[in-house]
Design a protein around this ligand. Structure first.
Ligand SMILES: [Zn+2]
Length: 401
């Protein structure tokens, strides 16, 4: 029998070897994050080559530290960039990403095909992929869609929070006439996909651009599911039944993605994971009502206000964060419902003001691997979740039928 004195170092040793083993498994696995918004900060003048700790969630050095092999960068704009502006603005962001990759040929590689993805991983470079967040940026023009595909865009969310003339968003479907907000009539003429919307979805399938159903309204979701011929991606959303937010998927939607062979990539936003987060935030914000009113009077978007508050009151905002276990709960939920082949990670880092505790930035991805081991997932299952599931749908999307 071991004496008590012997047990202490043994315990220490087993903890040490566990830490080593989850790091090892994480580093050995292909890690793909399907949604990151750091390009917003890059366009504002920050350099991704620099250590941006404290300013952003991501930079080249920290992607490496977090074991991220492939990052899909969001090419995003809001409704200010619609007709006449959106396509140009998307291209400006893509130009910027291309020049970043050109400046860092030893560290990064642009990926358009699964073969290039493999090459980037073999060469230990960060694989850079492009995802268009907001169908309004194609300006109702199929040639623009074509052109963006040629430049490397491999998924498009049919809408962002704003509807297009051909697809309604989750935000607009939930609140078709918000007080002081966008009315459905200003954007989508009807709920769901129009005939032209269906043409766009079919064209995306033909090209090999993944149809991304994050951000879309329920009717758009079902209209798209009825006609897609390839697996869909949900690049950054969570489970409605665990956190009833309009951006999350209801059970029948989750089942439909499973049946279609698609993958739901979980968003790390506290507000999509924990239904009490918004309540805690509202109480905290109510203590600063005067300050917030002045920002609102300047017409600041709520996202900018959230970011501003998180920078001004880091300690208070920190205390609002849910534990990391909630993210794993969402993951477990999907796995139990449709299996381990249909879930992945789409952090939304640099597009959110709050993620669960411990997930401070992209260097913390290994903690998810740790959590998955602790919950009993096998190595094979973990590898699927971390990246292989995405590779499967990426390959399937590019098969010409
Ligand atoms: Zn988004």
């Amino acid at each position: 029998m071991l004496s008590k004195n012997c047990l202490i170092p043994l315990l220490f040793l087993s903890q040490f070897s566990f830490a080593q083993s989850f790091q090892k498994l994480h580093q050995k696995s292909l890690v793909i994050d399907t949604h990151n918004d750091v390009m917003i900060s890059i366009l504002e003048g920050l350099k991704i080559e620099n250590d941006l700790t404290g300013k952003t969630h991501s930079d080249i050095g920290r992607f490496k530290k977090g074991g991220v092999d492939v990052q899909i960068f969001s090419i995003w704009s809001d409704e200010r960039y619609e007709m006449g502006k959106g396509f140009n603005y998307a291209n400006r962001q893509i130009d910027s990403l291309y020049s970043i990759v050109l400046r860092n040929p030893d560290k990064m590689m642009m990926i358009k095909t699964p073969a290039e993805l493999k090459q980037a991983v073999q060469q230990k470079k960060l694989g850079v992929m492009l995802g268009l967040e907001g169908g309004h940026m194609i300006e109702d023009n199929l040639q623009y869609l074509d052109s963006l595909f040629k430049r490397g865009v491999r998924y498009m969310t049919l809408t962002w929070n704003n509807s297009t003339s051909w697809a309604s968003s989750a935000a607009d479907e939930a609140h078709p006439n918000p007080p002081g907000g966008r009315a459905l009539k200003d954007s989508a003429k009807q709920k769901g996909l129009t005939e032209f919307g269906r043409t766009i979805v079919k064209k995306m399938n033909e090209l090999g651009m993944l149809v991304d159903l994050s951000h879309v309204g329920e009717q758009t979701f079902w209209d798209a599911m009825a006609i897609v011929t390839k697996p869909v991606i949900v690049s950054h959303s969570c489970v409605y039944n665990l956190c009833p937010h309009r951006r999350n998927l209801k059970d029948d939607q989750i089942k439909a993605v499973g049946k279609n062979g698609g993958v739901i990539h979980l968003n790390f936003y506290s507000g999509f994971l924990d239904s009490n987060y918004e309540k805690r935030k509202t109480i905290f914000f109510s203590h600063h009502a005067k300050e917030l009113d002045s920002l609102k009077s300047l017409k600041w978007p709520s996202f900018d206000i959230d970011i501003w508050m998180s920078k001004k009151y880091p300690v208070e905002m920190q205390s609002l964060r849910p534990p990391l276990s909630v993210l794993l709960d969402h993951l477990d939920y999907i796995v139990k419902m449709i299996g381990v082949d249909h879930v992945g990670l789409g952090s939304d880092f640099d597009g959110i003001e709050s993620a669960p505790q411990e997930l401070d930035d992209v260097t913390d991805f290994p903690l998810i691997t740790k959590g998955l081991i602790e919950r009993g997932y096998s190595k094979k299952e973990i590898k699927k979740i971390l990246g292989e599931n995405f590779v499967r749908i990426f390959k399937a999307s590019l098969i010409i039928k």
